[in-house]
Design a protein. Structure first.
Length: 255
């Protein structure tokens, strides 16, 4: 993926990694459209960052995705990058259905159905572009589980395999599929994560992501150094140690 002269839609970018990446991509010379559910947050972003365009979208709602896609494409017919950023992380108690079922369904709807529906809404348009990219967002927890967030882990593992699979199907098209794999980053994904000593500072994470995009334009997995401990535990043969360390260090180490 080139780092400038793109038109990029990032739903789920009103805070955290999404917003930080949107600002950095805009500063690098891209047209960036930020998507989010809350109109007041979008208005605030427009005021603070007048170069960013915004659109209201609820990625847990199929009709909202379809409507927003029509709006974005109409306003930005040269759109060539979709970043499926939106996601939620919830702590669950799987010792009884009341402790996890409703939450698990919500996580799957947002974290898995959301990207599937987004890609479905934009794929025809992206395939018509001479150079297009779909950036999915998984997690280090796709490769090593945090015990308190089972469905989040599973949803991100599914996003990883989805990315691998659609990359194969789109190999002979103009659309590239790349997968951003964050480690724990100091955002509000889980309560208290902004101050977690285990989590990576947000600015450092985005700095490294932008460096990787610039230096490795053909990379299919965007991996900062901090995520490799989780990503390659099984390949290194120390998976059990990785899982034990992850769950001992920080019970709310979101990623």
């Amino acid at each position: 993926m080139r780092t400038s002269e793109n038109t990029i839609f990032i739903p789920g970018a009103t805070s955290g990694i999404g917003l930080a990446l949107a600002i950095r991509l805009h500063d690098a010379g891209n047209t960036v459209i930020v998507g989010g559910r809350r109109a007041e947050l979008l208005d605030e972003i427009s005021k603070l960052h007048p170069g960013l365009d915004t659109v209201q979208i609820d990625t847990a709602d199929a009709a909202s995705i379809a409507s927003a896609a029509q709006d974005v494409i109409a306003r930005h017919p040269d759109l060539n990058v979709l970043v499926t950023m939106a996601g939620i992380m919830r702590v669950e108690d799987w010792t009884s259905p009341a402790g996890f079922l409703g939450t698990a369904e919500e996580v799957v709807t947002t974290n898995l159905l959301g990207p599937i529906r987004l890609i479905g809404a934009f794929i025809e348009h992206l395939r018509a572009q001479p150079d297009a990219t779909i950036m999915t967002v998984s997690s280090g927890l796709a490769f090593a589980p945090l015990g308190v967030t089972p469905t989040y882990n599973a949803s991100k593992a599914a996003v990883h395999m989805l990315s691998e699979s659609i990359r194969l199907q789109l190999a002979d098209t103009t659309v590239r599929v790349i997968e951003l794999q964050p480690p724990a980053v100091r955002t509000g994904l889980l309560p208290g994560q902004e101050n977690s000593s285990f989590a990576m500072p947000l600015d450092e994470f985005v700095d490294e992501v932008m460096m990787i995009l610039a230096e490795q334009p053909h990379a299919t997995e965007i991996q900062v150094e901090n995520v490799k401990f989780l990503r390659y535990g099984e390949a290194r043969g120390d998976y059990d140690h990785v899982v034990a360390t992850l769950n001992r260090l920080d019970p709310h180490a979101g990623a």
